[in-house]
Design a protein around this ligand. Structure first.
Ligand SMILES: Cc1cc2nc3c(=O)[nH]c(=O)nc-3n(C[C@H](O)[C@H](O)[C@H](O)COP(=O)(O)OP(=O)(O)OC[C@H]3O[C@@H](n4cnc5c(N)ncnc54)[C@H](O)[C@@H]3O)c2cc1C
Length: 390
């Protein structure tokens, strides 16, 4: 470890790994700091990604994939199943322990230096310009200077706050998640199942993502406002007892997912935020792996170019924020508005929607037709959705 780098990346998740890789590939000297002992552990994820999205950021490798998903089934509160007619529903179940580890390994091939068990506990700042990080590693404290610090420190990010950015989120937009990896269950490994309704996951959804014929990640996310009245744990236990009474629980994990639009400011002098730290999760699906990598790719490139140009000020780094906005940020604003409209629907509305979609030919059961059916009797909600596109 040197005492000075072009870029220091805080966090070894997909966002941090990809920011580090792309900064180093453009010629920057890069140090990636990860607080945990090993990259990829613990896994806090349901491990599903769309194939097209993943391929846009990295060439998938077979050792990352535990199951190939052919489609998604949406389940209404009264149990009607709608198989989505869409190629975009095809996905992979990843093994994130291997995936995250490999992304960082790939980053090292571009010259990234990595330090694990390296906890960043503060920023070095001068006149509000970020100049580096303070890190604790193996019991010793070090100051490391950096022309740019990239905060990819996940949903509990503190780097942005330390830099003075507003990182708070509305309670309603923070999905409170709990997931169990279950075995000794019967699932169709071809499909992921998403359950909706007040009884299973108010303000969110419950998922069954098969990792094979008798193993699945089963979890749910409920909006923070609902979690106050009944915990995610209670909702999940009731579902598992009902649906998979003989299941064995191999792994349990809790976590938050920021289902909000991207933070208003994701850069400041000498600093960029990436991934969950910047709230770059798709607010509809809660998926944040691919979006973190995409943001990391853009941020890494902009960071290296800024260092080469000798200008790491906010205006220059805004190129990252603008490019992200064009690539996904704008879509996320729309998805967030659509999400808010959809979650206003009652269970009766959802049941009726499922019934009318099931009357369509299977190839017409697309997401846009589902939204159309859901909102047709709700002019006020349609207005909310239309607002998303103007
Ligand atoms: C229950 C659950 C299920 C999910 N399911 C899916 C899914 O199926 N598909 C999907 O696409 N997304 C899913 N997500 C979201 C996805 O996991 C995240 O969006 C994704 O991991 C974001 O990547 P990241 O690199 O921004 O952050 P992370 O992957 O969270 O990585 C952040 C890293 O920073 C490190 N770190 C934090 N603070 C410090 C510090 N001070 N010093 C050093 N290191 C630090 C952490 O240890 C961590 O390794 C799920 C999330 C949850 C909670």
């Amino acid at each position: 470890m040197r005492s000075q780098y072009d870029c220091v990346v805080v966090g070894g998740g997909p966002g941090g790994a990809w920011a580090a890789k792309h900064a180093a590939a453009q010629g920057a000297s890069v140090l990636l700091l990860e607080k945990d002992r090993e990259v990829g552990i613990p896994v806090r994820c349901a491990e599903a990604v769309g194939i097209a999205g993943l391929k846009a950021v990295v060439e998938p490798q077979s050792r990352w994939i535990s199951n190939v998903i052919e489609g998604a089934v949406l389940v209404s509160p009264e149990g009607k199943e709608v198989l989505l007619a869409s190629d975009t529903a095809q996905g992979y179940m990843l093994d994130r322990k291997i995936f995250d580890y490999d992304l960082v390994r790939i980053a090292t091939e571009s010259g990234v230096e990595v330090l694990t068990k390296a906890y960043v506990y503060g920023l070095i700042k001068q006149n509000n310009i970020v100049m580096g990080v303070r890190v604790q590693h193996m019991g010793a404290r070090h100051d490391i200077l950096a022309k740019i610090v990239i905060g990819a420190d996940g949903v509990e990010s503190r780097v942005g706050r330390w830099a003075g950015l507003k990182t708070n989120i509305k309670l309603n937009d923070m999905e409170s998640c709990l997931q169990m990896t279950l075995s000794n269950i019967n699932v169709d490994p071809r499909y992921i199942y998403l359950y909706f309704g007040q009884e299973v996951a108010p303000g969110g959804y419950l998922w069954v993502f098969p990792k094979g014929e008798n193993q699945a990640n089963v979890g749910l996310g409920i909006a923070g406002t609902f979690a106050r009245y009944k915990s995610a744990q209670k909702y999940l236990k009731e579902f598992v007892d009902r649906q998979f009474p003989h299941a064995a629980v191999l792994y349990t994990v809790v976590g938050g997912v920021p289902c909000a639009p991207t933070l208003k400011k994701i850069v400041s002098d000498g600093l960029m935020l990436v991934g969950d730290a910047a709230h770059q999760v798709n607010p509809m699906s809660g998926g944040g792996i691919v979006t973190a990598m995409l943001a990391g790719k853009i941020a890494g490139k902009v960071a290296a170019e800024a260092v080469q140009a000798g200008d790491v000020g906010t205006d220059r780094l805004m190129r990252y924020a603008e490019s992200w906005h064009r690539a996904e940020g704008k879509n996320h604003e729309r998805f967030h508005k659509i999400k808010q409209a959809v979650y206003k629907l009652s269970d009766a509305d959802l049941n009726k929607t499922a019934e009318s979609v099931l009357r369509l030919a299977p190839e017409k059961r697309t997401l846009s037709n589902i939204f159309r059916a859901a909102l047709i009797k709700h002019p006020a909600l349609i207005f909310d959705v239309v607002k998303a596109f103007v």
